[in-house]
Design a protein around this ligand. Structure first.
Ligand code: 5RP
Length: 229
């Protein structure tokens, strides 16, 4: 089974957790897109849902499918958020942000009673860190911020430089107007300590470590969808 088919079956499996009347956060990326398409089918079939989005990309997709996206500030707490991930490690610790939407994703995840992560089998790892950790940075004085991030990384025995993410040769700019620096950490042995230290670094807006946020992982495998808690 291809990775895309694994993404598709995990996205479709998340529909089993949707009930009429729910307030639902829509994630970002190719796996989340399968979920958004399945949600559009449910709404066309008559289900009533209040939907919010984690990125402009997902909002565009939702609109193209005829879905209404509400402002999170008008909706308040959500019943559920369903989103992809770049790595799913022990205890459902995640790396997210490969699509550059990590800040708005985290803002929406934190508003949800329950978060479901959907992914293909390759995302399930023993130790986080093979996927480069995205760090979202305020553009003003970013060089000083990068120096501070490098100092933090060295405290965690990570001797890697943050690399500015680019798109079509230009700096990638997030929906919120920030830069992303990716760090090829290698094994992250203390995700919780690193997450706290990065969050406390001036100029860091947020980072792609999502810890203690996911409640369920639905992972598409060649043997079907496997559920992890
Ligand atoms: C976007 C994300 C995505 O959920 C993550 O990159 C996974 O993407 P895909 O489902 O396309 O593999 O965090 O910021």
């Amino acid at each position: 089974m291809s990775a895309d088919t694994q993404k598709q079956i995990s996205g479709l499996a998340a529909i089993d957790h949707i009930r009429d009347g729910m307030k639902v956060g829509l994630g970002t990326g190719s796996t989340a897109a399968w979920f958004v398409k399945a949600i559009a089918d449910e709404v066309k079939a008559g289900m009533k849902l209040t939907l919010v989005s984690t990125s402009n990309q997902t909002t565009h997709l939702a609109h193209s499918l005829g879905l209404e996206i509400r402002d999170i500030n008008d909706v308040g707490k959500l019943d559920l958020c369903v989103d992809g991930a770049d790595e799913i490690g022990e205890g459902l610790a995640l790396i997210k942000g490969g699509g550059g939407a990590l800040l708005r994703e985290k803002l929406i995840w934190e508003m949800a009673d329950r978060c479901i992560v959907i992914a293909d089998a390759a995302k399930h790892v023993a130790t986080l860190g093979q996927f480069a950790l995205p760090i979202e940075v305020e553009p003003f004085a970013y060089k000083g911020t990068i120096n501070r991030i490098t100092d933090v990384l060295s405290e965690f025995d990570i001797a890697k430089m943050p690399i500015l993410r680019k798109k079509s040769g230009e700096a990638f700019v997030t929906d919120g107007g920030n830069l992303i620096f990716d760090v090829a950490c290698g094994a992250i042995h203390d995700p919780s300590g690193l997450a706290s230290a990065l969050k406390a670094t001036t100029g860091v807006v947020d980072h792609g470590l999502f810890l203690d946020l996911a409640d369920i992982a639905l992972i598409g495998t060649d043997e079907g969808v496997k559920v992890f808690y």
